[in-house]
Design a protein around this ligand. Structure first.
Ligand SMILES: C[S@@+](CC[C@H](N)C(=O)[O-])C[C@H]1O[C@@H](n2cnc3c(N)ncnc32)[C@H](O)[C@@H]1O
Length: 226
């Protein structure tokens, strides 16, 4: 309990959620709600024994865990926003947390980064995480980058672990469509069969899926290593 003395105050510049989502409730509460949903969908009782790797982490799950004193065994956050990761590394003094900057190129979030590929690695032991999550991350990836990320994350999940991610699905499109005006990964939709085939080619097997819950959570999937 010594870990929880300091409240984490996050400068507004590091808020990664849309104004619509932020207006609904504080980041701590949406973070807690989404963590609860993921727990129920994967089917475990508590995060107390869970080692979570959160790719495209932003700040809200750290805010929820730290400021609402949620139990967790380990939380590792990865993001390609260098200043935000450096802020988290400086501010969260709790040995259960670690944060890694990944200099991955993304046309909107990190245009000068290095393209994702088969040699991309994370600074963690392989197979070390029970749950690997991506909230509102595949909603911003083209299929090539999505495949690189799914292959990358496959390395770090434990043999009996799970992958959970949210996305935007549309049966009416053939494969993929970026509906952002600038076509810069701002608003990416997938055909469900196209997306599940893509994830399965990266070493995963589908466990379950659920429809969107309004602005807070897109369509979502649970996969396990195949
Ligand atoms: C919409 S925000 C969601 C943040 C967090 N998952 C949440 O739900 O609060 C998407 C995050 O993914 C990160 N991101 C996008 N593409 C990435 C990539 N290729 N590698 C690492 N992080 C990425 C962005 O920097 C951003 O913080």
């Amino acid at each position: 309990m010594l870990f929880f003395r300091r409240k984490l105050r996050v400068p507004e510049q590091f808020n990664r959620n849309s104004a619509r989502v932020s207006a609904l409730m504080p980041a701590e509460d949406s973070g807690r709600l989404l963590l609860d949903r993921m727990r129920d969908r994967i089917g475990f009782a508590s995060y107390a024994d869970v080692r979570l790797l959160d790719f495209g982490c932003g700040v809200r799950f750290t805010q929820a865990i730290v400021n609402r004193r949620l139990p967790i065994r380990e939380y590792a956050g990865v993001d390609n926003y260098r200043e935000m990761i450096e802020f988290l590394q400086r501010s969260v003094r709790d040995p259960r947390f670690s944060f890694a900057f990944l200099n991955a190129r993304h046309p909107l979030y990190n245009p000068d980064g290095i393209p994702l590929g088969d040699s991309t690695r994370l600074p963690f032991a392989e197979g070390a995480f029970d749950v690997v999550s991506m909230f509102s991350v595949i909603t911003h990836q083209n299929p090539d980058d999505a495949a690189s990320i799914f292959r990358l994350l496959r390395r770090y999940v434990a043999p009996n672990g799970h992958l959970f991610f949210t996305c935007f699905l549309d049966e009416a499109i053939e494969s993929f469509e970026d509906r952002s005006p600038q076509r810069n990964g701002g608003f990416c939709f997938y055909n469900p069969a196209f997306l599940t085939a893509l994830v399965e080619r990266c070493g995963w097997t589908e466990v379950n899926r659920a429809k969107s819950e309004g602005p807070l959570m897109g369509d979502s999937f649970v996969f396990r290593p195949s």
